[in-house]
Design a protein around this ligand. Structure first.
Ligand code: ADP
Ligand code: SF4
Length: 690
């Protein structure tokens, strides 16, 4: 198909200092959970984006020195020459497809608490960064850098820059954002110095200028130098010399780098879930930068719509369309636009499971793209599935796992039928995506249904509630059972072990709400699932003007949401919606009028008056059909997948559906799962240096 001429502007090359980006699609630095210890996994993950048309592909944070150690969070390193080979694997993979490779040289300063290296964290003035935030908490406080430390920092960047060039990188970053060391120098609240690096804005930008100069000189101008800068706090601060400190600082630095990469200050605002922020949410903070500098500007905003991207360029907000999450969800987003296939984009849903992977310290996972992180280990390509199958498959259940299984089976060459009990496909997402803020999650269904509907070897049967005998009679070679899970009324003990059941005419689960039960207020939501469902249900009930109290076993509402950057915003949303919340409590009994609670640690009892209770706790797989098939047709090939097999997040259901489909009909010994290992450095160089 032809590209829509409206999108031509996105495919114009952009000069970035001495380099030329082939188009405006720029995968900005983002965490992948992949370190130098997994060079092939990382190279395949990043290389896939270049194959998919991203003109620039960047690393995540790459530490310049052991005094910037983010452990236990994963990060890359360029500490010495031994690190170079691991990066060459990535730059080769990126260059193979004509893209530029960028490296985010990084010193975390007070925000990297050096748990492994045990070096004292560095800072301009000894001010800690977010010291009350779990990920940054430490019993150590940063030291104040002296002039020698500043000289060292500049030298470390220059040395890392040389290594980066040897590794094949085209664009080298200086990172002054997100609380990291150079950014702390920019912020007057962190920089209390009285020397040439502190005080007025002119002095506070000095370090960043010197870092940019050092990186440029180290590679004698052969590599482009990018400045990544956070602007949320700076833009909120008044300035005597400009509209804001942000304007003043960009003005002072306007000619220094070859590219500005502009962003927010905190992970929760920089990588905000779609539940609370729309596409393009950075624009009000970063929109002024192009009015101050002539250098190209890249920024993000979870852009998935080519029309929005064109708007960003035409309205003069950005020159390059930055993508982190959209490039994970669909590495082939640029190619699909280039080929007039924008309706095939697997749009990011903004659930932030990807960022939770980094918080978990593991390779990136994605709800929409089950192949993310598996490109090398399992050899999974996000678009191309080896056509290695014949025969037929019946998928029972048209939720996220069933639809993903059907799509991948069809791509493998199976003749696929999908039977769904309900009138519409979508499973749990039919209702869940109607909860406050979750509308974009329906993209999981939309993408898959859109693909399946155009495939000649796929038949979709709605309103088809199959029994075991009907499923066998259908006559497919394989049956995939993806019948989902149900919420239970099981309670949870003070020891967090699930216990007895709470029942009664006004005790509900989310499934009851999905089925249309009318709830009488006041209502309590008891959440020991602690991901999104409990808080989303509470907000939905409050939106019906019901007096709503949320109760959790955890110390905060939606406690696991700290992993997806949702948690702080849930607390905020509760306040705005008038939802009261109680923490560290369990439900003990309910007589229809009084709900008895117990404080987990003190054992103290408290009663609250409510008419209804919604329990958001445990789910159990719907395995009846699978069990009947196993009993009635032992010879039939049957596989259980998705929530029916192991209830989890949508990401788990999609991944399971995908894996089931990839493996179906294949002998276990033919399924290769490769194990990556570090690339041994060139020891002769190291030994020569000794
Ligand atoms: P998952 O997240 O694993 O995809 P869902 O709960 O979202 O699970 O989807 C399961 C789907 O299976 C639901 O849409 C449900 O209507 C459907 N389903 C369950 N049992 C049957 C059955 N016997 N025949 C057809 N469809 C079924
Ligand atoms: Fe987008 Fe969710 Fe995938 Fe992250 S995990 S890229 S937010 S769809």
């Amino acid at each position: 198909m032809e590209r829509n001429p409206r999108y031509d502007v996105l495919f114009e090359p952009v000069q970035i200092g001495p380099k030329v980006a082939p188009n405006r699609f720029y995968q900005v630095p983002h965490a992948s959970g992949m370190t130098n210890a997994n060079p092939r996994v990382r190279a395949a993950f990043r290389g896939m984006k270049a194959e998919g048309g991203w003109g620039v592909v960047s690393t995540g944070a790459c530490s310049v020195h052991p005094s910037s150690d983010d452990s236990p969070f994963p990060f890359a390193t360029l500490w010495d020459d031994a690190d170079i080979r691991a990066h060459v694997a990535m730059t080769d993979a990126v260059h193979e497809h004509g893209a530029l490779a960028a490296v985010e040289l990084w010193h975390g300063g007070a925000a990297a608490v050096n748990r492994t290296s045990r070096d004292a964290p560095l800072s301009p003035s000894g001010v800690p960064w977010m010291a009350t935030h779990v990920g940054f908490m430490s019993s150590a406080r940063p030291k104040v850098m002296d002039q020698g430390d500043i000289r060292d920092l500049i030298r470390w960047h220059a040395e890392a820059a040389k290594r980066a060039e040897s590794a094949g990188f085209d664009i080298l970053y200086v990172y002054a954002g997100m609380g990291y060391l150079p950014y702390q120098f920019l912020l007057s609240s962190c920089n209390k110095r009285t020397d040439a690096y502190g005080g007025n804005a002119r002095n506070r930008v000095r370090l960043v200028e010197e870092l940019i100069d050092a990186v440029r000189e180290a590679t004698q101008g052969r590599c482009a130098v990018a400045l990544r800068i956070s602007l949320q706090e700076l833009r909120s601060m008044p300035s005597d010399n400009a509209e804001s400190e942000g304007h003043e600082i960009i003005g002072l630095l306007k000619d220094a780098p070859d590219l500005f990469d502009v962003k927010m200050d905190y992970s929760t605002t920089d990588c905000s879930p779609s539940r609370f922020s729309p596409e393009g949410s950075h624009e009000p903070i970063v929109d002024f930068v192009k009015t101050v500098t002539d250098k190209p500007v890249v920024g993000v905003g979870r852009f998935t719509s080519p029309d929005t991207m064109v708007g960003m360029v035409k309205r003069g907000v950005l020159d390059l369309i930055g993508g982190a999450r959209p490039s994970i969800a669909d590495p082939f987003l640029p190619k699909k636009i280039a080929e007039g296939r924008e309706d095939e984009i697997r749009e990011c849903i903004g659930c932030n499971i990807c960022i939770s992977s980094w918080h978990d310290g593991v390779w990136v996972r994605c709800t929409q793209n089950p192949t993310a992180g598996e490109e090398w280990r399992r050899g999974w390509h996000p678009e191309n599935v080896k056509q290695d199958a014949a025969g037929s498959a019946l998928v029972i259940g048209g939720g996220p796992s069933g639809l993903e299984a059907a799509l991948t089976l069809a791509r493998r060459g199976f003749t696929v039928s999908v039977a769904e009990r309900a009138r519409d496909f979508g499973g749990r997402l039919l209702w869940e995506s109607g909860l406050p803020g979750l509308r974009q999650w329906s993209r999981v269904v939309d993408y898959r249904l859109g693909q399946l509907r155009r495939m000649p070897n796929v038949s979709l049967y709605a309103e088809s509630d199959l029994s075991a005998s009907e499923a066998v009679e259908f006559g497919a070679d394989h049956i995939v059972v993806a019948t989902g899970a149900k919420w239970t009324k099981i309670l949870c003990g003070a020891n967090e072990i699930p216990g007895g059941m709470l029942d009664g005419p006004t005790v509900y689960t989310p499934d009851d709400l999905a089925a249309g039960s009318q709830i009488e207020g006041p209502v309590a939501v008891f959440d020991f699932d602690n991901y999104y469902m409990g808080s989303a249900v509470a907000l939905a009930l409050a939106a019906q003007n019901l007096d709503t109290t949320y109760i959790t076993t955890a110390g905060a509402p939606a406690a696991w949401g700290i992993m997806t950057n949702e948690q702080p915003q849930v607390s905020q949303a509760f306040r705005e919606a008038g939802v009261r919340y109680r923490t560290l409590e369990i439900v003990q009994a309910f007589d229809g009028r009084t709900l008895s609670l117990q404080q987990i640690f003190s054992g103290e009892h408290r009663d609250i008056a409510v008419r209804s209770v919604v329990i958001v706790g445990q789910r159990a797989g719907n395995t009846d059909l699978y069990d009947a098939l196993k009993a009635e047709a032992p010879q039939q090939s049957v596989v259980l997948t998705g929530d029916a097999n192991a209830p989890g997040a949508i990401a788990h259901a999609v991944y399971q559906g995908h894996k089931t489909a990839r493996d179906l009909g294949r002998a276990a010994e033919s399924i290769d799962v490769r194990r990556d290992f570090p690339l041994v450095p060139d020891m002769s160089r190291l030994e020569a240096a000794e």
